[in-house]
Design a protein around this ligand. Structure first.
Ligand code: NAD
Length: 277
């Protein structure tokens, strides 16, 4: 089976797949490479890693041995909190690039907005964009107030903001703000780390459309114009998560899913994140 994954056109015209493979906690070398190669084989064209995930080398290896052309794969990585600041970010980028074994990265993100540093971090990302070392500049875990501080100093606005987002944390206000500013939203933990798959309302809709709970949730993201990056190392789930472009949720089903929001986070809130690890 191969799937054609649709792309979202970002503010600068670059096309980013609506679905990518998240690779957080894939630290077993062989398992990680197998999972990424499987994903690329069935049609995934985006991989979401970070310096923190300690698997950038495996990402590079999976790409090189996949048989898919480098330019057809959208690679995201992120600068970790302890490497933030202007010069530090430029150095961290060099390290990531070396580990990946690539000569450019598609999307480079500030991982979390470290207070007093995230604006300088973004300015370094902007410089990497100007120097064509990255195709898209972006951020992660930025609230509106973080983005506004960046807008005041930057020449180019971030084009992607990657945040925790799923039916229990639908982030409607942030999504509207990002839309006004041509910032594409990517959902991390789109499945709520697996913690929302047993939800009664989601399971009921899954029964109605003959799909799994995970597929219903990922379809909800897509119909809301949100990019998602579910993580799995299990081949059948990697495949299942990509099969979300061949059915549609009705307006009523979308409305029912929208009502599940309870501002519940499975990860940390950027406003009181503990940056000391
Ligand atoms: P997720 O919502 O993708 O859930 C992953 C869990 O769900 C895993 O335990 C997996 O086994 C299970 N799962 C996946 N597909 C399934 C299926 N079809 N059926 C049943 N269970 C399934 O959560 P995540 O891993 O936290 O997030 C995904 C990605 O987001 C990460 O790998 C990473 O790339 C990114 N991320 C980014 C940040 C950030 O700060 N920017 C933070 C966390 C995660």
């Amino acid at each position: 089976m191969t799937v054609v994954i649709p792309t979202k056109t970002l503010a600068n015209g670059v096309k980013m797949p609506y679905l990518g493979l998240g690779v957080y906690k894939m630290t077993n070398r062989e398992e990680a490479i197998q999972a990424m190669r499987k994903a690329l084989e069935i049609g995934y064209r985006a991989i979401d890693t970070a310096a923190l995930y300690y698997n950038e080398e495996e990402v590079g290896e999976a790409i090189r041995t996949s048989g898919v052309r480098r330019e057809d794969i959208f690679v995201t990585t992120k600068v970790w909190n302890s490497d933030q600041g202007y010069d530090e970010t430029l150095r961290a980028f060099e390290t990531s690039l070396k580990k990946l074994g690539l000569d450019y990265v598609d999307l480079y993100l500030t991982h979390w907005p470290v207070e007093d540093k995230f604006v300088d971090t973004y300015r370094a990302i902007e410089r990497l964009y100007e120097e064509k070392m990255i195709r898209v500049p972006g951020v992660s875990n930025h609230h509106r107030h973080h983005l506004e501080k960046i807008f005041a100093k930057a020449n180019v606005k971030p084009m992607v903001n990657q945040v925790e987002l799923h039916p229990y944390l639908s982030q409607e206000e942030l999504r509207a703000f990002c839309k006004e500013n041509e910032i594409a939203v990517t959902a991390w933990s789109p499945l709520g780390r697996g913690g929302i798959l047993q939800d009664d309302a989601i399971m009921k809709i899954a029964g109605e459309v003959g799909k799994s709970a995970a597929q219903v949730i990922l379809r909800w993201h897509y119909q809301h114009d949100i990019i998602s990056i579910p993580k799995s190392v299990t081949p059948s789930r990697i495949e299942e998560n990509a099969q979300v472009f061949d059915f549609e949720l009705s307006a009523e089903q979308m409305g029912q899913l929208d009502q599940l929001n309870k501002n519940q986070r499975f990860g940390q809130n950027p406003d009181n994140f503990k940056f000391d690890f």
